[in-house]
Design a protein around this ligand. Structure first.
Ligand SMILES: [Zn+2]
Length: 301
């Protein structure tokens, strides 16, 4: 890796951290990523969302700086224990973008993987290393690495231990799943809590009806509920249940308790109807709700 390119990558990473501080884990393209990052008097784009594979024109080395995937891509099906599969661009194996992609594998340079989590928003995963390249199936394997060293001079490194590597891949997949789930569930509920209608994005979660780690746990909107932090927590703790008829049930423990206005707020929704998305396919799945509601009634007993 040329020293110039090494500096460009370091600058790219540190400016992504600045954007993280501003926006949180997911960064909008417009007003965020499209500003690019400054480098020696240039303003360098972070990514090319149309092409996917991106190498900055100021780079001297041949390897890509970043790759990206749109939120529509079924990436989850294309992940292995070693990392995410990323397809070559259509056309010749040695067309410029594929050359840049494959050079990133050959030279083992750290790249950023921008993964779309909802329309117009990306989650940057970096440093990533391309740990595999198969010209026959036209896929590379993208594996998250780690930043190590003192805070002001962190170095991107590969995670060599296979167990640790699998852990990092799995953790990244779970976080992406959450982000994409949220990106689908909240808009379906017009970014309001299904119980109290609170409309403040930063206080809203996409709650799973049937948890992630269970076989039936899917990232579909109908397995989700948009809930404010309080109602999410109460739902997870079985203090609030939602029946398959879309009715709120507050646990007897809370109903019998008498302790201040916040509790009244929780109790006040007892037997109220939840607000569901207008589109039928997005509404909470009644079978899953029934399964979950059984657990609520068991916990209350
Ligand atoms: Zn709420």
């Amino acid at each position: 890796m040329t020293e110039l390119d090494e500096d460009i990558r370091a600058s790219c990473f540190s400016h992504l951290e600045i954007l993280w501080a501003e926006f949180g884990d997911d960064i909008p393209y417009v007003g965020g990523l499209n500003r690019g990052f400054p480098f020696r008097g240039h303003r360098i784009p972070f990514l090319n969302y149309q092409k996917g594979i991106y190498r900055a024109s100021v780079q001297r080395g041949p390897a890509a700086l970043s790759i990206n995937t749109s939120y529509r891509s079924p990436y989850a099906d294309e992940a292995t224990e070693e990392g995410f599969l990323y397809a070559y661009r259509a056309g010749a194996i040695d067309q410029p973008d594929n050359r840049a992609l494959r050079a990133a594998h050959r030279l083992q340079v750290p790249v950023v993987y921008f993964i779309g989590t909802r329309p117009g928003w990306y989650r940057p995963v970096f440093p990533c290393f391309l740990t595999g390249d198969d010209a026959t199936t036209r896929f590379v394997v993208v594996t998250p690495g780690a930043m190590v060293g003192p805070l002001d001079e962190q170095e991107p490194v590969r995670v060599e231990d296979p167990i640790e590597q699998r852990y990092v891949v799995r953790e990244t997949k779970v976080r992406l799943h959450q982000a994409r789930f949220r990106g689908r569930v909240l808009p379906a509920y017009l970014s309001q809590c299904a119980i109290c209608r609170l409309k403040e994005g930063r206080l809203l979660d996409a709650a799973h009806i049937i948890g992630d780690l269970q076989a039936a746990g899917q990232a579909s909107v109908s397995n989700g509920l948009s809930l404010c932090s309080i109602h999410h927590r109460a739902f997870d703790q079985h203090l609030v249940g939602i029946s398959p008829e879309y009715k709120v049930h507050v646990s007897g423990r809370l109903l019998d308790d008498d302790d201040g206005p916040m509790l009244d707020l929780l109790k006040g929704f007892h037997e109220a109807n939840i607000h569901v998305p207008s589109r039928r396919a997005w509404r909470p799945d009644r079978e899953r709700l029934a399964e979950r509601f059984d657990r609520f009634t068991e916990a209350a007993a």
